[in-house]
Design a protein around this ligand. Structure first.
Ligand code: HEC
Ligand code: HEC
Ligand code: HEC
Ligand code: HEC
Length: 235
């Protein structure tokens, strides 16, 4: 009996290990910059005060951009919305346009260029730069409503998670959170978790990763396209 409890504990530990921290990943400013200083990992994206938006205490700003959104005759949940947060927040780094902080760490929020990303920055040559044309990407910033799908994808109905009014699509591989005031908006973070590094072998080297495992910040292991079929159940 004791042994079983011990093994269960070990398993729990192994599972929670899969959700390792953002520290040391390509989203850690200390990995982006070889500055020789210990920069503040979270400050690259969040600030405890004076944030641009209440959730998730966002610290990066950029001039508003116009994004071309995904279109398709079989896209039934299509609403032709503008790109919404938190997807716009991803794009402050992944669209090839300069961005800086609202509130720099340290006294008086003195500008520290190490936290800025400028369009002449050598970082951009290493970036996954998606530009502002999102037509060739999985649709985002639409209301997730399985009742509108006429193509029989078998999308699961979202379930409430937590007490804050949030909802998520729950599949066999993982949980895919929805965003916005109604907790029903599909965004980049529905598939990606910027903080975590669910990884799986066999997809080649992710940039700046030496372990030979894929990183991609996915919500779930996508080997065998298992993440895709958590939502597109009948495909
Ligand atoms: C590269 C940008 C980035 C960095 C760096 C980052 N975050 Fe986030 N964080 C986000 C985005 C985008 C969201 C909103 C999407 C989501 O909930 O995943 C978020 C959401 C959150 C949330 C609310 C949702 C949740 O997962 O609990 C917390 C808490 C949070 N971040 C804490 C942190 C802390 C603490 C650090 C530093 C150790 C950190 N973040 C570093 C981008 C970042
Ligand atoms: C502070 C800037 C910043 C923000 C904000 C940011 N990223 Fe990144 N991201 C990077 C950098 C730098 C890398 C490493 C270089 C690269 O691969 O693009 C990276 C890498 C990635 C990768 C892995 C790419 C690869 O080939 O290894 C994914 C996936 C990704 N980001 C998704 C997101 C998503 C989704 C969001 C929003 C939820 C986001 N990022 C927000 C800076 C950022
Ligand atoms: C339907 C799920 C899904 C959505 C929504 C999604 N992604 Fe991804 N993303 C993925 C998967 C899966 C990969 C890994 C691609 C692969 O296997 O080649 C990926 C890869 C990436 C990469 C690395 C690309 C590369 O070639 O290095 C970046 C950066 C990225 N996503 C950012 C974003 C941003 C920003 C958004 C929102 C505008 C977004 N993603 C929306 C599933 C998604
Ligand atoms: C969290 C749920 C979810 C995940 C995970 C997901 N999708 Fe989707 N996907 C959707 C929804 C919802 C739509 C919009 C469907 C509609 O309205 O017709 C969509 C749209 C699409 C479309 C365009 C459909 C059209 O009619 O134009 C394709 C193709 C697609 N997804 C492929 C993928 C692939 C490949 C993956 C895995 C990398 C994936 N999806 C992961 C929910 C998801």
């Amino acid at each position: 009996m004791k042994e079983i409890v011990f093994i269960l504990l070990l398993l729990t530990f192994a599972v929670s290990e899969a959700g390792a921290s953002i520290k040391g990943t390509p989203h850690d400013v200390n990995v982006m910059r070889n500055s020789g200083k210990e920069l503040e990992t979270c400050a690259m994206c969040h600030t405890p005060h004076s944030s641009v938006d209440a959730t998730p205490l966002w610290d990066r700003h950029q001039l508003p951009q116009n994004y071309a959104m995904y279109e398709s005759p079989t896209f039934d949940m299509n609403e032709q919305k503008e790109l919404q947060p938190p997807s716009t927040y991803c794009m402050t780094c992944h669209n090839g346009v300069s961005s800086g902080l609202v509130n720099y760490p340290g006294p008086g929020s003195k500008i520290n260029p190490l936290y800025n990303i400028s369009d002449n920055d050598s970082l951009f040559s290493a970036f996954s730069n998606m530009g502002t044309d999102l037509k060739n990407n999985h649709p985002v910033s639409f209301t997730y409503d399985p009742s509108l799908d006429v193509d029989n994808n078998g999308f699961p109905y979202p379930r409430p998670v937590g007490a804050g009014g949030g909802k998520a699509v729950v599949g066999s591989r993982g949980k895919y959170p929805l965003y916005g005031a109604g907790g029903d908006q599909f965004e980049c973070s529905t598939c990606h978790d910027v903080h975590n590094t669910v990884d799986y072998a066999g997809k080649g080297l992710a940039k700046k990763e030496s372990s030979g495992r894929q990183i991609y910040f996915l919500r779930a292991d996508n080997s065998g396209s298992g993440m895709c079929t958590d939502c597109h159940v009948n495909r």
